[in-house]
Design a protein around this ligand. Sequence first.
Ligand code: ADP
Ligand code: MG
Length: 453
Amino acid sequence: MATTHSLWQSVLGEIELSVSHATFATWFQNTELLDDNEDNITIAVPNVFAIRQFQIKYDDQVKSILKKNGVDAKVINYVVNTKGKKTVINRETTKTAPPKEEFMQLPQTRTEQIASNTLNPRYSFDNFIVGSSNDLAYTACHTVANSPGTKYNPLFLYGGVGLGKTHLMQAVGNKIKATDPSARILYINTETFTKEFIEMIRFKKSGFSEKYRNVDVLIIDDMQFIAGKEKVQEEFFHTFNALHQANKQIIISSDKPPKSIPTLTERLRSRFEWGMAIDIQMPDFETRCAIIEAKANLSGITLGKETVEYLAANIKTNVRELEGALNQLLAYAEMRGIEPDISTAEGLIGNVRRTRPQHITSKQIIDRTAKYFQISTIEMCSAKRDKHIVLPRQIAMYLLRSELHLSFPKIAGELGRKDHTTAIHSIEKIEKAIKLDFSIREHVAEIKDKLYA
Ligand code: ADP
Ligand code: MG
């Protein structure tokens, strides 16, 4: 029987053939099979962002390739590889860096997006990062891509701008096309549909209905633009019925759910609600970190953890802006020949942490932390052991150490403790938690932000 190492190498070899170069480099490159006992398969992945990607996106694939290699895994545990790994900026990774064109495909502007009415190969499931904000949408799109016209018809995705609706819908189209090159897939923006409809009427152009009804998959983006346009709605109603009756897949996106699109005729609204309507939200901190990591890796750069978290903590509007900030940072650093590190990011994003630790006092750290957790400073420094007080107290100790480099006895003293080992244990606990628990990281990042604001 193959050794654990060689078994994993052959699994990786197979995976490398089926995912993009960038995906492989980002998620698979530094993985390891720790234990291949069938009842206890454990795979170490490079960082905590990777765990969810594996659980949601790659679990089935890994299982099936393991099975081909003689290991029938029912459950796979994913853990963070705690052995030394690079977290520093690494511009020398050209060996593993993807071809330049993959990076060049990334940045995009809004105008480009509105103008495009064809499938763009840049959008794939592969480079879509999943998290709790979008995993339902991802899964539904994946299901539709695997068997169009059978489940979830229509599939209706809604959510704010820049959250990945177009990306996911296009990924469905691209996947179907890849599986069946003869499939007739039409991706269209609602504005274009409207424009063509008006031209048909005004100039008596023919071919409009045929164009939209002779397809296997109709992907229609930004349905909110149909609001208030009764004739267009009527035409779309007939298009919808023709396709739906023929079991053709329809995928719709909008910035709001069907019931909130103003002046949508009742019959169209009810059609939209026949299938599945799913919302996409702003990714949480964890997913934002994963998106930044993945996109930086695409350009062959491994950003420091601090930089990734700084961007994720400061850009909470949408993924397009997150991408924009990252591209700006990379371009700026490249132009100046400097590292895209946290201070470069701070300079660019604004929200600069002007003061450095010497300007901050332990009182400020304790007060800020208490305020953040909505407890009083007195409670924080009291002998109370309630859970909602213990964690803030431990975080305050951690910050006193990381920001002011105080000694353990001093830290204990600041929080009304006599025994300095309490401080040692608390700080160790938070240091560990920061590696594994995103809510703690986010708390710490936000308190620091407030401290230096
Ligand atoms: P929407 O159509 O919802 O306005 P887009 O699909 O155009 O948003 O997404 C905006 C940008 O953000 C695109 O470049 C897209 O690739 C990227 N993006 C959004 N969500 C994700 C994600 N989960 N993973 C990777 N990239 C994403
Ligand atoms: Mg869009």
